[in-house]
Design a protein around this ligand. Structure first.
Ligand code: ATP
Length: 241
């Protein structure tokens, strides 16, 4: 289980994350909603070791991992799938996947690759193709597969549906659900709130670096704070609240 508590992260004298806390449990999807600039990406980066929090704590199964170097955090079982997928375009699909397994237990590499190929058959079919030739949806699957190669217990997904056609979004989010159902705990930032809520178990809504709602996905849909956090004040114009 991943536990983030009272996290504070600043860029210079701008505090982007101001006391955010959240929990990610095995087999569950925690969805992070919030308007642009709310501090969602910064939170994921701080968990992954890419930004150093100046206060607060990140624990994995009770062990404090706050401020560890990114490669150490990957070795502990937390994999970040960054916004924009960032696959290595000139490398083949197979090479991208092998790079994802670089830090993992080598004795399990073949078994892990088999599982990734089973979950994403397109990656097996396109193993010898340059990653840059894949469609956006396929590249997102490759980014998931590459992260899975590190044998994570927790995955951090930053905007997996970004730039994808609606039909593709549904299949990508179905894969997110499938990864969670395999036992992985997922922390997902997603601008497509409707589609994200369909696969989420828990929701954390953030605004201006603070948590404004935390609870089950079923309760998030109609919650005013969630609407406000996600869409801004304009979302509430015309509502009675
Ligand atoms: P978005 O959906 O737009 O990515 P977000 O909720 O992920 O939004 P963050 O990217 O975490 O928000 O940004 C939070 C705040 O920190 C914003 O005000 C942003 O301008 C600022 N910020 C983010 N990255 C940096 C950086 N590298 N240097 C300075 N300020 C930054």
């Amino acid at each position: 289980m991943l536990d983030v508590s009272d996290l504070h992260v600043s860029y210079g004298n701008v505090e982007a994350v101001r006391g955010i806390g959240m929990t990610v449990r095995p087999g569950r999807v925690t969805l992070v909603l919030g308007a642009n600039g709310a501090g969602k990406t910064t939170t994921l980066k701080a968990v992954a070791g890419l930004e150093r929090p100046h206060a607060g704590k990140v624990t994995l199964d009770g062990t404090d991992i706050t401020g560890l170097a990114p490669h150490k955090i990957v070795r502990r079982g937390i994999a970040l799938v960054p916004e924009g997928r960032r696959v290595f375009s000139p490398l083949t699909v197979g090479e991208n996947l092998r790079m994802g397994g670089y830090t993992a237990d080598r004795s399990k590499a073949t078994e892990t690759l088999d599982r990734v190929n089973e979950m994403f058959p397109i990656l097996a079919e396109r193993a010898g193709s340059a990653a840059g030739l894949l469609s956006g949806g396929e590249q997102q699957m490759l980014a998931f597969g590459r992260a899975l190669m590190s044998q994570p217990s927790i995955m951090l997904l930053d905007e997996p549906s970004m730039g994808l056609a609606p039909a593709v979004v549904d299949s990508i989010l179905a894969k997110v659900r499938q990864m969670a159902d395999s036992g992985i705990g997922i922390l997902m930032v997603e601008q497509n709130a409707e589609a994200g809520l369909d696969v989420a178990d828990d929701v954390v809504a953030v605004a201006r670096g603070e948590v404004v709602f935390s609870g089950p996905a079923a309760e998030a849909r109609d919650n005013t704070s969630v609407l406000r956090a996600f869409l801004g004040e304009a979302a509430l114009a015309g509502t009675d609240d």
